[in-house]
Design a protein. Structure first.
Lengths: 426, 159, 184
């Protein structure tokens, strides 16, 4: 990649010198990091010639949390709670990728029921993430009611998550070896209710937006990213699929039993913002299909692997005083078996040891390929947990997509990119 | 603060105070300062299910010059600290700050090189709302307590 | 290992015999180790002759204390394909004291931000990168945070009369408060 004479790369300090190196007619505008339309703390530095964007640079790092370094000082199970907060709109996918990587190092596989529940909750997460994308995109383009509709449906999904995992966001539910607890009573009914109700709501959004002349004018032909540019930049997810490439990790290299479910991978040829809109709406329908299939055919069995050296020892139940350790289990470890108590104590405080090795496990998150490069040196703490976040890599496509367009189209383009700054900055 | 400058010091003005504080608390306009996961819960609080509009707060002003409440929602990194302070300074008086979530309150689970351990090291905080992330109802409780605090604020400093 | 991948790896070993090692298989994943000098050519060959159109990951690991100093940093690229499920990891080891690596931005433009991240966190300079600057930490930050000799940072947390240090310094005397490390 060569740098032309008049191209400058901007950081915090270059702000003062940029003027000296650019054309006098060019206006340099800073958008963010505090801005309602930049999807979080993204800073965009735009060089404008009137309303036309001559060049754009993104400055990230305003949400850098040091999660990868934190994971190196905590044990493997505690890593789940850190990793889940990276891409905060798709916490199940973060946890799933990490746990699949740890399980690959351990050489175990989660039981079938755990895998099916992981798929079901992951697809519900995909729907809720796309709903936030729809809500914020609509709001940024001026369709304020779409914001309220998107969050209305998202509340239903968050209700399901709260019922199953205890939390609305950042659940720490998927653990290495399986899940932390089984589905409580009434979960499948709640999920089936949602599956009944959601297609009609999706039809409502489509009625409002898909043939709406304003929506089409603001999205058609905007932010074009063709397939070869996308592949050169490493872009994956709905952006790549809207450029015509049917690349989906759930089909290419299925994990967690995805090969058993019947679903399509929607693609579009136009490679503009409208195409990405259509792809994401279609993805929501496909995810709903998968959720319905899992809910109707959920296998029985345990949700945690059988190995006592790895499986989380606590048995959680809903007792008379709330959720806590099962009283029968407490009686065993406190009253009857010293070994069980020691085992419980060691597993909870120290954690399990993972054999030495290096793996890279990708999953298909709502934004693209979310990969975990996990290195272990045989101890109870990870040596390195690196996340290949899709938003981070996809954001490199932003300058290509907005160059030559208007300032208002920058908003539409960044909205259709759907970056989540927690994942970008980690 | 705007009104206070025009009032004589040392004079007790109970009904004016009550009225002014009621007006101030009933239409607190938040500045959008959503950073991370808590921002999504803040948006959910402003959405239709947990409606913030019933408290007069659904207008999240993008410009800090038009806002009186800054809800710091999310983890504040070292790079973001100066930006936070800048936005706070740009808000006109009277202004309040709610620190939403444990990351803003104390650094949360991220006790490391990258996160500012509590925004009260940068801006004065009026209400701390714990949680990771706090439920919309918890944020509303924090906001309502802040309303009570504003209602009880004396208008004029005692001479 | 799928046949297509076997052919490509055999081809790359034939073409660049002195820089490419035998492919290793571990945990179901195939990796090859490449010497620094031949990295860009090998990766370009894999992109052109193999099915690998996508750079899936390009990240670094600091093996301080685990590997000898001339193999302290590992830079690993994972190449993927949209046509084929095969993946290959290309490993290159960077010695301590001479942290340079050829940049992959000439092969994939998307390596840009990933290399800036490795520079920011590990201090590895990528030769040929158009604009190597910090990306996450503030520009004036000192040090490279994800190296193993860089502390986690953070402050001691006051709790019920004691000061609990951040997780990488538990059990050691506190450096920011007078807490001796243990209560008794």
């Amino acid at each position: 990649m060569s740098v032309a004479e008049n191209e400058v790369f901007l950081g915090g300090r270059d702000w003062e010198t940029l003027h000296a190196r650019t054309d006098d007619d060019t206006l340099i505008v800073n958008m963010g990091p505090q801005h309602p339309s930049t999807h979080g703390v993204l800073r965009l530095v735009l060089e404008l010639d009137g309303e036309t964007v001559v060049n754009a640079h993104s400055v990230v790092g305003y949400l850098h949390t040091g999660i990868e370094k934190n994971a190196e000082v905590r044990n493997w199970t505690q890593g789940v709670t850190f990793v889940t907060r990276m891409d905060y709109l798709a916490p199940f996918h973060n946890e799933l990728g990490y746990c699949l990587a740890v399980e690959r190092l351990l050489g175990i596989e989660a039981p079938a029921r755990a895998q099916a529940i992981r798929v079901m909750l992951g697809e519900l997460n995909r729907i809720s993430s796309h709903l936030v994308w729809l809500a914020t995109s609509g709001m940024e383009l001026g369709a304020l009611s779409v914001m309220l509709y998107g969050f209305r449906e998202r509340e239903l999904i968050l209700d399901i998550f709260e019922h199953v995992t205890g939390l609305r966001m950042n659940h720490a539910y998927v653990r290495p070896g399986g899940l932390s607890t089984d589905l409580p009573d009434g979960s499948i009914e709640k999920i089936k209710e949602f599956v009944e109700l959601f297609p009609a709501r999706l039809d409502e959004y489509e009625t409002l937006l898909t043939d709406n002349p304003t929506w089409i004018e603001r999205n058609r032909g905007i932010g074009i990213l063709d397939a070869s540019t996308a592949l050169g930049l490493g872009v994956t997810g709905p952006l790549l699929r809207a450029a015509g490439v049917p690349h989906d990790l759930r089909k290419q290299a299925p994990y967690c039993g995805y090969e058993q479910y019947d679903f399509d991978v929607p693609t579009d040829d136009a490679a503009d913002c409208l195409a990405r809109y259509r792809v994401r709406i279609a993805e929501m329908r496909e995810s709903l299909k998968i959720v319905e299939q899992v809910a109707n055919g959920l296998p029985g069995g345990p949700v945690m692997v059988d190995d006592p050296k790895i499986a989380w020892p606590a048995r959680l139940t809903l007792g008379h005083d709330g959720l806590g350790n099962d009283p029968g289990y407490i009686r065993t470890i406190m009253g009857e078996s010293m070994e069980a108590l020691i085992h419980h104590f060691k597993l909870v405080t120290e954690g399990f040891k993972v054999p030495a090795g290096e793996v890279y496990v990708p999953v298909e998150s709502p934004r693209g390929e979310l990969g975990y490069h996990v290195v272990s040196t045989g101890t109870n703490k990870p040596w390195r947990v690196h996340t290949r976040d899709p938003s981070f890599v996809n954001l490199q496509a932003m300058p290509v997509m907005v160059r030559g367009g208007l300032l208002a189209d920058v908003i539409a383009t960044v909205a259709s990119l759907d970056p989540v700054m927690g994942g970008v900055d980690r | 603060m705007g009104l206070e400058e025009h009032l004589p010091a040392g004079v007790l003005l109970t009904s004016v105070e009550k009225f002014v504080n009621w007006a101030r608390k009933s239409s607190l306009w938040p500045a959008t300062f959503g950073l991370a996961c808590c921002a999504i819960e803040m948006m959910a609080t402003g959405a239709s299910h947990h409606d913030l509009a019933r408290f007069g707060m659904e207008v999240f002003r993008a410009s800090p010059r038009q806002a009186d409440l800054m809800i710091v929602a999310g983890r504040v990194s070292q790079k973001m600290g100066p930006v936070l302070r800048r936005i706070y300074d740009q808000m006109p008086e009277p202004k309040w700050v709610i620190s939403m979530g444990v990351c803003a309150t104390s650094g949360g689970m991220f006790n490391n090189y990258a996160i500012v351990q509590g925004v009260d090291t940068l801006v004065p905080v009026d209400m701390y709302v714990p949680g990771c992330p706090p439920r919309p109802e918890m944020l509303m409780e924090g906001i309502l307590k802040l309303h009570e605090k504003i209602q009880k604020t004396p208008l004029v400093a005692k001479a | 290992m799928p046949a297509a991948l076997l052919d490509v790896l055999a081809g790359v070993r034939e073409r660049f015999p002195e820089v490419v090692s035998e492919p290793e298989e571990a945990f179901g994943e195939t990796s090859i180790e490449v010497a620094r000098t031949g990295l860009r050519d090998v990766v370009a060959y894999l992109r052109d002759e193999g099915p690998f159109e996508l750079l899936a990951d390009w990240s670094a690991v600091d093996y301080l204390g685990v590997e000898p100093p001339e193999r302290r940093f590992l830079c690993a690229a994972v190449l993927a394909s949209v046509r084929h499920p095969a993946r290959v990891r290309v490993r290159v080891f960077i010695p301590q004291g001479d942290e340079h690596c050829p940049s992959l931005t000439g092969v994939w433009a998307g390596a840009d931000a990933l290399e800036r991240e490795m520079f920011d966190f590990f201090g590895i300079r990528f030769d040929g990168h158009p604009d190597l600057r910090r990306i996450f930490m503030p520009d004036e930050w000192d040090g490279h945070p994800q190296r193993k000799d860089y502390p986690l940072g953070g402050t001691d947390v006051a709790y019920r009369g004691a000061f609990v240090p951040p997780p990488d310094r538990r059990g050691q005397p506190s450096t920011t408060s007078g807490y001796p490390g243990r209560l008794s």
